[in-house]
Design a protein around this ligand. Structure first.
Ligand SMILES: [Zn+2]
Length: 237
């Protein structure tokens, strides 16, 4: 690859990678912080009200941070695919794969460890900036919005099953090897399906308290989801 491409990739990917790491650390911090330690810390730093606010909004912030981490992660994976596509030799390919894997896995693990070890401090320091993370969070009429997204919820639940995920990944990766004109159109359609998939996961993450599959198991025809935000710490499927 030439220098210009590298500059382009670094300009776009480095900030996204940074946001990704912050989102991972924030999510880990929310999962592992202790309320009493946070109270001590915020009191020592002269803002005792913050512990209360964090406690009130932690589930919602964690949900939003996870969605952000997921989206940035997928973006980076796509960018990594583009970089690999441009390598000239097999050695370049292997070296690039190793570099990307080391950076990606290393960054992800370190962000998780930092998030867990310094959970209270990270939450306190990052809190003023988490408003924008939650902006992508819940709409006011969440229950109504959720009712329109049954298909996305279904997809978010079912595509994670190996029976569907493996064939999908094979088609997705395999489509990169077609070179004919009509094949390229198929490739474009398949790549676009990724966007819908990303949307489905993000929607599910945001509106999980209203997902019929998370609540009842079968698509929840019998119950009516209620509007108040449940204190739900279940993980995304
Ligand atoms: Zn669900």
């Amino acid at each position: 690859m030439d220098g210009q491409s590298w500059t382009w990739i670094a300009t776009i990917c480095l900030p996204v990678f940074a946001v990704h790491l912050v989102a991972v650390a924030l999510n880990k911090a929310i999962q592992s912080y202790s309320r009493s330690r946070l109270e001590e810390l915020t009191e020592a730093r002269g803002r005792p009200a913050r512990a209360e606010e964090i406690d009130r909004l932690d589930v919602r912030t964690g949900r939003a941070a996870e969605a952000l981490g997921f989206m940035t992660g997928l973006f980076l994976a796509t960018a990594a695919g583009l970089v690999l596509d441009r390598q000239q030799t097999l050695t370049d390919d292997v070296l690039t794969v190793l570099a990307i894997a080391a950076l990606g896995v290393g960054g992800y693990l370190s962000a998780g460890v930092v998030g867990r070890h310094y959970a209270e401090s990270i939450l306190d320091r990052l809190w003023p900036a988490t408003g924008f993370v939650r902006l992508a969070g819940l709409p006011l009429n969440a229950a109504e919005v959720a009712a329109r997204y049954r298909r996305r919820f279904w997809l978010a639940h079912n595509l994670s099953r190996p029976r569907l995920l493996v064939p999908y990944l094979i088609v997705l990766l395999g489509s990169n090897f077609v070179v004919t004109g009509a094949g390229r159109i198929g490739w474009a359609i398949i790549q676009c399906s990724m966007i819908y998939l990303i949307l489905s996961y993000t929607t599910h993450r945001r509106l999980q308290p209203w997902c019929p599959w998370c609540r009842g198991g079968d698509g929840g025809r019998e119950h009516t989801p209620s509007d108040p935000l449940p204190d739900d710490r279940r993980q995304l499927v």
